[in-house]
Design a protein around this ligand. Structure first.
Ligand code: BGC
Length: 383
């Protein structure tokens, strides 16, 4: 019975996802944010603005808090969430916080005080929302953690994300297979770059990849010449491209300036991969290494096509948005949200029932089918 329900829900989500995919001819070029705090990114050419009061049905008001417009994916997450929630008859208060924690806290406070009946939050720092969410709990406002888990707060009702550990294992397996670590003699040189230490996801990405790669490091087949291997050292504050780039500059000048070959760089996502690529272009003269990534941001897809980044992970924000809209709808109607994982994500107050969407491997050979044919990007976006 449960299985049947889940498959009905999944089918609904897929149809919703396809409809949005077909309806959105501009793909990434579309943004419908209500945000007034941050300038739109260069890709954002839409003049459409969102009007929270323009919904026709009285489904209730939902607050959607996103971390930043600086990274392409959050623009897509926000606009997909907003469009799909509106289609489902909800009023939407969508906010971006410029990666500034106090801004996000006050945006959430405003949502709570302005009549939002449910909050969907992609946190900047998973540990910084406990106090403001106590207010949500007092008012019985359910909270869905979006993509990033909110830690140490018992106000979190559900979590919706992609399988973050699987993202990491796909990156690690790619490096393992490309270097043929089980057969080749090696040793091969690798460097490691992960994400923000305040983002719970970063530990899952890095953990998943290192569960694949660590045995080869232990066996001496993979060598990290910089010696930088622990999570805190290889973390990148705010997932910043510039921070990843300057750390890579230092690593190259200390370890690879003499012509030593760098075989692979594990990058947990595309913004860090971009920093590493920029650094290599400026400082490294050897044979180009394998570089991993995640998100299929436009700049990175272009780099994959140009042979500068080896792979990325596609996390279709339309799929996540559809799933979250389903969850919102179920909770707003007094029911329980669909989940498929009740074991993995303990936020310090207990396991948060989660829905994990599946991440998909992407590279230069399949990007067209995944990204262009599905309407996520247009060909023009990638030129
Ligand atoms: C997301 C990634 C993203 C990163 C930086 C993570 O929480 O899961 O998709 O690349 O944040 O924004």
């Amino acid at each position: 019975m449960k299985k049947k329900l889940l498959s009905v829900l999944l089918t609904t989500a897929m149809v919703a996802s396809m409809l949005v995919g077909c309806g959105s001819s501009q793909g990434a070029a579309e943004s419908t944010s209500t945000d007034t705090q941050e300038a739109a990114p260069a890709e954002d050419t839409s003049s459409e603005t969102s009007d929270a009061a323009d919904t026709t049905s009285g489904g209730g008001k939902v607050g959607v808090a996103m971390p930043t417009k600086d990274l392409q994916r959050w623009n897509q997450d926000g606009s997909n969430m907003e469009a799909q929630l509106k289609d489902a008859g909800y009023e939407v208060d969508l906010q971006y916080a410029s990666n500034d924690i106090p801004t996000q806290v006050s945006q959430i406070e405003n949502m709570i005080n302005s009549g939002c009946e449910l909050l969907v939050i992609a946190s900047i720092d998973g540990d910084s929302l406990g106090t403001v969410l106590e207010q949500a709990k007092e008012k019985n406002i359910p909270v869905i953690a979006y993509d990033r888990l909110i830690m140490n707060s018992d106000a979190v009702t559900y979590y919706a994300t992609f399988d973050n550990y699987m993202v990491g294992t796909k990156q690690g397996e790619y490096i393992r297979d490309q270097l043929d670590l089980d057969n080749a003699d090696g040793p091969f040189n690798i460097e490691l770059v992960t994400g923000d230490p305040g983002d719970n996801n970063a530990r899952f990405f890095f953990g998943g990849a290192m569960d694949v790669l660590q045995p080869y490091i232990d066996a001496g087949k993979l060598v990290v010449k910089s010696g930088q291997t622990d999570f805190e050292t290889v973390a990148t504050a705010n997932w910043s491209t510039e921070t990843a780039q300057s750390r890579m500059d230092a690593i190259i000048s200390a370890n690879y300036a003499d012509g030593t070959k760098l075989d692979a760089v594990l990058c947990s996502n595309d913004s860090t991969a971009l920093g590493v690529t920029n650094s290599l272009e400026a400082n490294y003269t050897g044979e180009w290494p394998i570089i991993t990534g995640q998100d299929c941001d436009i700049a990175n897809v272009k780099n994959m096509i140009a042979g500068k980044q080896s792979m990325s992970i596609f996390k279709d924000t339309r799929t996540l948005a559809s799933k979250v809209v389903e969850m919102v709808d179920a909770v707003m109607k007094g029911g329980e949200a669909p989940v498929n994982d009740t074991e993995t994500y303990d936020n310090g107050t207990g396991v948060i029932p989660s829905y994990l969407c599946e991440p998909v491997f992407a590279d230069a050979s399949n990007y067209k089918e995944l990204l262009v044919d599905s309407g996520y990007y247009t060909e023009a976006d990638l030129q």
